[in-house]
Design a protein around this ligand. Structure first.
Ligand SMILES: [Zn+2]
Length: 364
């Protein structure tokens, strides 16, 4: 199986199939249905949250010859051309690699003529904040007087870097990181459709490591299928593939720190390194875990948000550990670990910065 195959195969073809971003989808659908679409949109948000996917859906829906409500039919010539990636009136430019004035100039030439096949010429400009200053100014000129058949969709992960005069000409939508539940739902659907037998705990690990990016989650699932093409996929088997640290390690080390057992803390760390645990990942997972304990200490109601998909026992352990720490001690420990994380990159003995940080944290 090729990488990213799942991502392409299960790219939503209708708004109904689009997971998450309900606040955006609803408004966009209303505009399409009522025929009151804008000439310029700004889709802003974290990577892998569906910006270009929704932009393509939009392009298909406004051009569909047999639309039902806002939904494209996926059968008419316009829909088929777009689905096959052949529609010449749907122009996609990645501003990260085409950031110069020449590209925007040729774009201006291209946009001067009305669409040849579709009703609207839709231009999707990905990573729009990366345009050079001249290119951005040229784009602004186009946006000031857009031809009636043109729709611009600018996608960006860094809206604050867009020049304000461009942003102000666009209808802006902010895409949120996908929720844990939405990502699980989507992956469950993909696995079911593909006949993949996978433990719920394994799905949880994949989603947790994707940090709100559906594209990353689907890419990781793909990666796992390359390694484990047959049989049931278990959480235990995929940790190595994902480069994940067993979530019980930071929890155990935290327990040792609470008991103030310096010798055991150092032994635990060195045993794990000998077992082949990646030190950087280990520090990262410890920082991540203690950050959650600090959050819990400040507001115990956050437990389900901080540890989604975890068992009752794990949550109870976390709650108990939060009780045993003092807020100030946790803050100090986190600061020490952040320093150690940095120093590890340059240390001749790789685990030394973490060892020193643990000793200091326990002594405090
Ligand atoms: Zn159609």
């Amino acid at each position: 199986m090729q990488n990213l195959v799942l991502y392409r195969k299960y790219r939503p073809q209708t708004f109904k199939e689009f997971f998450g971003q309900e606040h955006v989808v609803k408004t966009v659908m209303n505009e399409i249905e009522s025929g009151k679409i804008s000439h310029a949109y700004l889709f802003s948000g974290h990577r892998g949250t569906g910006k270009t996917t929704l932009a393509r859906l939009f392009a298909k829906a406004v051009n569909c010859q047999n639309r039902k409500g806002a939904e494209p039919c996926n059968k008419c010539p316009s829909c088929l051309e777009i689905n096959k990636g052949r529609a010449i009136d749907l122009i996609e430019i990645d501003a990260a690699s085409n950031r110069g004035i020449d590209e925007i100039r040729s774009l201006r030439e291209g946009i001067r003529f009305s669409p040849t096949f579709l009703k609207y010429k839709v231009l999707i400009l990905d990573e729009a904040h990366q345009l050079s200053k001249d290119a951005a100014n040229a784009l602004l000129k186009i946006l000031e007087e857009p031809p009636p058949y043109a729709v611009f969709i600018l996608a960006t992960t860094e809206a604050h870097k867009m020049i304000p005069t461009i942003a102000s000409r666009c209808q802006r939508f902010d895409f949120h990181k996908l929720s844990f539940e939405d990502m699980i739902k989507k992956l469950e659907w993909v696995c079911k459709s593909e006949g993949i037998d996978i433990e719920k705990e394994a799905l949880t690990l994949i989603v947790a490591s994707a940090e709100g990016s559906l594209r990353d989650a689907e890419g990781k699932l793909n990666q796992i299928l390359n390694f484990l093409p047959k049989g049931k996929i278990r959480a235990e088997d995929i940790k190595g593939i994902l480069g994940l640290v067993d979530t019980s390690l930071p929890r155990e080390l935290t327990e040792i720190m609470i008991k103030k057992d310096k010798a055991l803390a150092l032994k635990f760390l060195n045993d794990k390194i000998e077992e082949g645990v990646d030190l950087q990942e280990f520090i990262k997972s410890l920082i991540d875990y203690l950050r959650k304990i600090l959050m819990l200490k400040i507001d115990s109601k956050l437990i389900d948000i901080l540890l989604p998909g975890e068992t009752k026992e794990v949550k109870q352990t976390a709650e108990k550990q939060a009780e045993k720490f003092k807020e100030e001690g946790l803050r100090k420990t986190l600061e020490l670990l952040l320093e150690a994380e940095n120093k590890t990159k340059y240390s001749s003995i790789q685990q030394l910065p973490l060892e020193l940080a643990l000793i200091e944290a326990i002594e405090e």
